[in-house]
Design a protein around this ligand. Structure first.
Ligand SMILES: Nc1ncnc2c1ncn2[C@@H]1O[C@H](COP(=O)(O)OP(=O)(O)OP(=O)(O)O)[C@@H](O)[C@H]1O
Length: 468
């Protein structure tokens, strides 16, 4: 017998789900608000939670990480509005085990429940995906709910041999996660071969990937094995896969299907048993629409997708990341450990980090160079451009807030333009802070900001900020 929690404000839905689950002998508890649901999940152990998306006190999807973080970490089945593909996509991306549409048949609900319980049983017996606790994290720091979802995906990817596509903005950790997939897989004793597709000279791509025979072209004095063969038994990591020239995409698709290829100037085909992990910060769907990326290759690449969130969407990770990298840098430069002043952390948290973790690491390196032997880091040690931007963003707090500390870089702007750009920057920062503070709960964000839902969504769209 399993313990099931239903969080839905719709009485009828609660009743029919209770009937279905009860018929199988499971113990069912119903709650009608997210708050009450979370309270139950925090105080009692559950195996499965049925969670409605539209609730009177917020969006159910926002609650997923908090339910997962409870001691029993139940499997979550999202209930989406009928015929809402976006809801289904969001549910899965948010880490739910499964989703069902409201109005699904008893058979569909039962199937989803049975599968979730089966998965849970396997997990308990240790037959299924290794969980985050035993995952070798390979220098991956951060314990925010979003990072945990990604780590769970790494664990799942490591268990199988499917092609993996890792997406995310520049500097968000794609290579780090790709290595973690390799290190946790059965291939970890063999090579992890990195191919930076953006740096492949077009004339040499083929020979670099597939190797060449002696005399295949002018200058080929020795035969040479390519990167694909070097990855035999291990993992081939195609970084910036969106930059792979179209001509090579076709050849590569074939290699991916058959795991065989012919070196340049060679007559025999060679086999290579590699596992492919690819990464990109480009919108590959758009590239397909623009005719710049092959759709069939994209289908192959995305057998298993890990979407890394930008750092600004997981501000909880910043402190841990800063601590980890400052310690590492101090050790490298032979300095004693440094502490953080509260204002220093506040400034790090207020900055949107468009270059993500890489920008954070680079900034910390410059910070340590500026602080030298001083034991505590203050905002004044941070690079000027970060302090300026944070100061500009604080302009929204009123006329007495800190003024920007430096003039804009190129030329002296017209007052109108300067005001507009500061305003836009401040608005963007405000929205990021608002989402972080409200934990992306749109009702809460509206309450805190005093904005209507439609106005808030319009502003988020204007500033190109992703949101639930
Ligand atoms: N979760 C993390 N924990 C610790 N360090 C991280 C994390 N994510 C990224 N980094 C660090 O940030 C830097 C950039 O990471 P990485 O090269 O993996 O990013 P990327 O997404 O592959 O970048 P690009 O798109 O530019 O290739 C590296 O120094 C890496 O160690």
């Amino acid at each position: 017998m399993a313990k099931i929690l239903i969080i839905d404000d719709d009485d009828l839905m609660c009743q029919s789900l209770s009937l279905v689950a009860g018929r199988w002998g499971h113990e069912v508890t119903c709650t009608h608000t997210l708050g009450a649901g979370l309270e139950k999940a925090s105080s009692q152990a559950f195996d499965v939670v049925f969670l409605d998306v539209r609730m009177p006190d917020g969006n159910g999807l926002d609650m997923i990480p908090r339910i997962e973080a409870t001691t029993s970490s139940p499997e979550i089945i999202i209930m989406t509005g009928f015929g809402n593909p976006l809801g289904a996509e969001l549910a899965i991306k948010s880490g739910a085990w499964d989703y069902i549409e409201k109005g699904s048949s008893v058979k569909e609900i039962t199937l989803s429940l049975v599968r979730a319980l089966e998965y849970r049983k396997q997990k308990r017996n240790g037959k299924s995906a290794r969980n985050v606790v035993v995952l070798k994290r390979e220098d991956i720091v951060g314990n925010s709910p979003k990072t945990k979802v990604c780590l769970e995906l790494v664990a799942q990817a490591a268990e199988c041999d499917a092609n993996v596509l890792i997406t995310g903005e520049t500097g968000s950790g794609k290579e780090l996660f790709a290595r973690a997939v390799h290190e946790n897989s059965r291939r970890n004793g063999r090579n992890f071969v990195v191919v930076d597709c953006a740096a492949l000279p077009e004339t040499l791509v083929e020979s670099l990937l597939f190797g060449h025979e002696k005399g295949a072209f002018t200058g080929a004095e020795q035969s040479r094995e390519g990167l694909v063969l070097q990855a035999n038994g291990g993992t081939l990591f195609l970084d910036e896969v969106g930059e792979l020239p179209l001509s090579m995409q076709k050849a590569f698709l074939r290699v991916l299907q058959e795991h065989r290829f012919r070196p340049v100037g060679g007559h025999r085909e060679i086999a290579s048993d590699f596992r492919l992990v690819a990464a990109t910060n480009r919108d590959l769907d758009r590239m397909v629409r623009d005719g710049r990326f092959r759709e069939d290759l994209l289908f192959r690449l995305r057998s298993f997708v890990i979407e890394l969130p930008p750092l600004r969407e997981r501000p909880e990770d910043i402190r841990e990341l800063a601590g980890y990298h400052v310690d590492k840098l101090c050790e490298r430069y032979g300095l004693s450990a440094k502490g953080f002043s509260p204002e220093f952390m506040k400034t790090l948290a207020a900055y949107p980090w468009p270059g993500n973790v890489r920008e954070l690491v680079n900034s910390l390196e410059r910070t340590i160079a500026a602080a030298r032997l001083e034991p505590i880091l203050f905002p004044k040690h941070l690079p000027v451009q970060i302090r300026v931007q944070v100061a500009q963003a604080s302009v929204r707090n009123g006329p007495d807030a800190d003024r920007p500390e430096a003039a804009p870089p190129a030329g002296f702007p017209k007052l109108h333009d300067f005001r507009e750009s500061v305003y836009a920057q401040a608005e963007k920062q405000y929205l990021h802070d608002l989402l972080a503070l409200s934990q992306e709960n749109m009702n809460e964000a509206c309450r805190l900001s005093g904005l209507s839902q439609s106005r808030l969504y319009a502003l988020l769209k204007k500033q190109e900020i992703s949101h639930p």
